[in-house]
Design a protein around this ligand. Structure first.
Ligand code: TMP
Length: 396
C-alpha cells in the first residue's frame, strides 16, 4: 500500500532554467505538487505525481556529467574495473549523457542510449553508436535486431528517472546475455534519510532506491543482486551488480546481505521511519530559513554555489527568494544567465571574482562539497563561510 510521508509543496520542473523570470502558474501546469510515497509491500519510494518523460528529457537538457571532476574520476575508476573484471564484448549504457563514462571505452564495443538529443549528438559526434531514444522494450528489441551479445549493461542516475520500472527491467533482462551483468548506480535512500537530504526529490527523481526495493523490483525478471558498493557520489549512492539468477559465473557477495541488514536495522522496511523523515525535513526547512533570515537581518549578502536541481527543491520548499539569495554561480554553460526554476534568482557563470566581497554562500551542490572546498580554499581562508542544510542546517 502506498503511504505519503513527505510533502515538498508546489515545485517547478527542476531542470527548466528560463532565460527571463516569470511567475509560474499552477493553472497552466507549470507547477506541480511534489509529494513522496512509501510502498509498504515493495519498499519502493516514489513521487506521487509523475511528470511525462517528454516534458523533462528533451533537446535542451542542461545537465552534463562531464562538468564535475568528481564524476569524471568516479567513471574513470569504474571503467578500469569493468574492463578488468568483466571484459565486456559489448557494453551498453542507458542514459549515456555527454559520454563521461563511455569515453573510457573503445568505440567498437560501446552502445549509447540517450533520450536528450542535445546530449546524444555529443556521443554521436565522437563516433560512438548512439540511440537517441527512451529506454523501453521496443528500443531493446530494435537494438537486439542489430547487435547481439550485450554482456554488460550500465546505468547511472537514470533508471530512477523512468516511470515504468517493470518495463525497464523487463527490457534489460530481454537484451542482456545469459552470462551478462547489469550495473546500476543511484542515490541511496539510506544515505538520503540519514542526511535529511529531502532535495534528492525533484520531478526527475521519480524514485529513490533502497537495496530492499531494488531486490524486490528485479526478482520478477529473474535478476538478483550479487554485489553492492557504497559510493560517495551524489550525496551517497549505491552501485548494484546484478545478474540473471541462473548465472553461475558470479557468486553473491557478503556486501549484499550487509547492505540489506543495515537498511533493516535503520527501519527502511517500516512506514514509521519514513514518517519521521517527513518531520525532519520540515524541521530542516525551518532551521535553514532561520539561519538565512538572521544573516539578512545583519545585512549580509548571500549567494548560491551550484545551481543544482536539488537547490531548486530547497528554494521552492523553503520559500527562499531573491530577497535572501542574490544570485547563484555555476559552471554549466546551459544554466548560465538563466534563472533558478520558480525563482527570480539569476545564475551567473562561475568566476572567482563573483565571490569577492561575499561572506556567505549557500552550498547548492553540497554533494560536491569536498571538490568545492578545495577550489575555494582562499575564500575559506579569508573567513568566507558556506551554509548547508545537509545533514542539518548550519554555517560551516
Ligand atoms: P548535480 O548536483 O545535479 O550533479 O549538479 C551539480 C551542479 O553544480 C552543476 O550544475 C555544476 C555545478 N558545479 C559548479 O558550478 N562548480 C563546481 O565546482 C561543481 C563541482 C559543480
Amino acid at each position: 500500500m502506498n503511504k505519503k510521508f513527505l510533502d515538498l509543496g508546489y515545485q517547478p520542473l527542476a531542470n527548466k532554467y528560463l532565460k527571463s523570470y516569470k511567475r509560474l502558474s499552477l493553472k497552466k501546469g507549470e507547477l506541480f505538487k511534489l509529494s513522496v510515497n512509501f510502498n509498504t509491500e515493495t519498499k519502493l519510494v516514489s513521487l506521487l505525481k509523475k511528470i511525462p518523460d517528454k516534458k523533462m528529457f528533451d533537446g535542451e537538457y542542461p545537465y552534463k556529467s562531464s562538468m564535475s571532476k568528481t564524476m569524471l574520476n568516479s567513471f574513470k575508476k569504474l571503467s578500469i574495473k569493468i574492463k578488468r573484471k568483466f571484459k565486456p564484448k559489448l557494453f551498453l549504457e542507458i542514459g549515456s549523457n555527454d559520454g563521461a563514462l563511455i569515453q573510457n571505452f573503445s568505440k567498437d564495443n560501446v552502445v549509447c542510449v540517450e533520450p536528450c538529443s542535445n546530449l546524444a549528438k555529443i556521443t554521436k559526434k565522437k563516433g560512438y553508436t548512439t540511440f537517441n531514444d527512451y529506454w523501453n522494450l521496443s528500443l531493446a528489441k530494435k537494438i537486439k535486431s542489430k547487435l547481439n551479445n550485450i554482456d554488460v549493461i550500465y546505468s547511472a542516475n537514470t533508471l530512477t528517472h523512468i516511470n515504468n520500472l517493470d518495463d525497464v527491467f523487463k527490457s534489460i533482462s530481454y537484451l542482456l546475455d545469459k552470462n551478462g551483468i547489469l550495473i546500476i548506480e543511484d542515490p541511496s535512500f539510506l544515505e538520503c534519510i540519514k542526511k535529511v537530504s529531502y532535495d534528492q526529490f525533484y520531478n526527475e527523481h521519480l524514485y529513490v532506491f533502497s537495496a530492499l526495493a531494488v531486490k524486490h523490483l528485479i526478482k520478477k525478471y529473474d535478476l538478483i543482486i550479487f554485489d553492492i558498493e557504497n559510493l560517495s557520489t551524489h550525496g551517497g549512492s549505491l552501485r548494484y551488480y546484478i545478474k540473471k539468477s541462473n548465472n553461475k559465473k558470479f557468486k553473491v557477495k557478503k556486501s549484499v546481505s550487509i547492505q540489506l541488514t543495515k537498511e533493516i536495522k535503520f527501519g527502511l522496511h517500516k512506514l514509521s521511519t519514513y514518517q519521521k523523515f517527513g518531520k525532519s525535513a520540515a524541521k530542516s526547512k525551518h532551521n535553514l530559513v532561520r539561519i538565512l533570515k538572521n544573516l539578512k537581518k545583519n545585512d549580509h549578502k548571500i549567494i548560491g554555489y551550484g545551481a543544482t536541481a536539488k537547490a531548486t527543491t530547497v528554494l521552492n520548499y523553503c520559500g527562499i527568494d531573491e530577497n535572501i539569495i542574490d544570485y547563484f554561480v555555476d559552471t554549466t554553460p546551459d544554466k548560465i544567465n538563466k534563472f533558478m526554476p520558480g525563482k527570480a534568482i539569476k545564475i551567473y557563470k562561475y568566476n572567482k571574482k563573483l565571490l569577492n566581497h561575499i561572506n556567505y554562500i549557500f552550498l547548492g551542490a553540497w554533494n560536491f562539497k569536498d571538490e568545492i572546498f578545495k577550489k575555494e580554499r582562499l575564500f575559506i581562508k579569508r573567513g568566507g563561510k558556506f551554509i548547508t542544510h545537509v545533514p542539518y542546517p548550519r554555517i560551516l
